[in-house]
Structures are given as C-alpha cells and as structure tokens.
Design a protein around this ligand. Structure first.
Ligand code: SF4
Length: 243
C-alpha cells in the first residue's frame, strides 16, 4: 500500500499546564504562563488501522521510521533511516484509531524505543481510552529498564504505558516457527501489566497470521509474519495471477 490514510486536519495535544511558581520578590505579581515542553512528533513509516496479524485481537498497527539496531535479515530495512516517513503528532495518530473496533495498538518498526519521547504521550492517550498497548523492540527489556533506571524518563514512560512487550533483536539463524508475531526464538514476551497476563504460557496456541490487502488500484500490501521463502513464493504467485 503506497499511501497512508493520514488525516488532513492537524490537531494539537491538549495538555494541562503545570502551575508556574509565583515570584519570590512579589508574591502577588501576575503569573507567567509556562508551556510544558512540546513532545517531538512521531516519525511514522506505515499505519494499518485494523489488523488481526500484529498481536492479540483486532489492532491498530503503527510502524515507526528509524532503527539503528540493523539486525541482519531484518524484514523492514526501508524503515532503518530516520530521514524517511511522515511526522505526526500524538493527537493526529490517535484520531486515526477506530476505537470501537480495535482492542489496542501495536508499535512496530523501525524501533519504537528510539522514539520513546514522541510515543509516550500517544500511548498514554491509547491507555486512557481503555485500549491496550503492545510494542516490539530490538532492545532487551533488561537494557530498557537499565536506561530508565539511569534517568531516561521517556523510556520509563513508554515502558509504563506498554501492556505487552516483545523484546530482543531479530536473529535470522534462529527463526521461530512456533510462537505468533515474533521472528526469532531469542525474542521474549513480557506482560508488563495484567492486561494480557492470562495469555502467559499460552502464546503457542495463538494463531500466527499473514494479512494481504489488495487496494482498488491493485496495489498489494502485506503484514504479519512469514519467512522469506514463504513470502517469495507468495509474491511470485501474486505476480503470476496479475499477468
Ligand atoms: S530491531 Fe526490528 S526494525 Fe530494527 S533492524 Fe532489528 S528487526 Fe529490523
């Protein structure tokens, strides 16, 4: 799919300004409004408003642009550069979610935790709406927790707003054909809140799906997970049927 359904109207995140301190010299002096620091925009590579192939249930899937980890064999090398994609605010992205039809949002990459400061406000909006947040990361949970413990508040906030984390880099020599959604066996499932704790230990029983969308103009888009041989065979078949 070459075009993303980005909304035309820009919306701003409404934030409650913190009470500014009164002047010590003149406690009755008018307060100077202080604006909270603007959160950076999210660099978006791709959006699929509804999918059943990127986590539990029907989900809004967001691929972010930019990843410095660069695992050999990564399926999305076009999302490595941080120069591509489209910048969007948390409110703009949130407005794209079909709230009544999805149970949550999945963050994929690119590397979501390299945009933690931009994504944390978005994931807070998602959780405040009663939806779940699932995120993939090429870092390990241990690395992210160490970052948060060292004072990286953006990482701490994004972890706090994540219900289900799938961590670890993709290792192409160790493909996982048993569990859904993950690429390699080193990658871990971590339920960081109780929202998906009922699924702990039952991941293998969940279906792994590949979704193919054919737009009216014939453009084909694929999401979900399959190994390269399966994808090569699939695209060869699609090319053959188009001829
Ligand atoms: S972390 Fe994910 S997006 Fe980044 S290189 Fe590895 S597989 Fe690709």
């Amino acid at each position: 799919m070459t075009e993303l359904p980005f909304p035309r109207v820009r919306q701003e995140i409404s934030r409650q300004a913190a009470d500014p301190p009164r002047s010590a010299a003149d406690p009755l002096a008018p307060e100077t409004p202080q604006q909270p620091p603007e959160s950076p925009p999210i660099r978006v590579a791709r959006v699929v408003p509804e999918t059943v192939a990127e986590g539990p249930g029907n989900r809004f899937a967001l691929w972010v642009q930019g990843c410095t980890i660069r695992c050999p064999g990564c399926f999305n090398p076009q999302y490595w550069t941080s120069r591509g994609g489209t910048e969007m605010s948390a409110a703009e992205l949130f407005a794209m979610i079909p709230e009544r039809r999805v149970e949550g949002v999945t963050l994929l990459g690119g590397e979501p935790f390299e945009q933690a400061a931009a994504l944390a406000p978005f994931t807070r909006l998602v959780q405040d709406a009663g939806l779940t947040v699932m995120s993939f990361t090429g870092y390990t949970l241990e690395q992210l927790e160490a970052r948060a413990a060292a004072g990286d508040t953006a990482t701490e906030q994004l972890l706090a707003a994540t219900d289900l984390l799938i961590d670890g880099p993709f290792i192409r020599e160790d493909l996982d054909h048993e569990r859904p959604w993950v690429g390699s066996r080193n990658q871990g499932f971590h339920t960081l809140t109780p929202r998906y704790s009922h699924l702990q230990g039952a991941w293998q029983q969940l279906p792994d799906r590949l979704e193919i969308t054919v737009a009216a103009d014939g453009t084909t888009a694929v999401n979900g997970w399959a190994d390269s041989e399966t994808l090569d065979a699939l695209f060869a078949e699609l090319r053959r049927t188009k001829q």
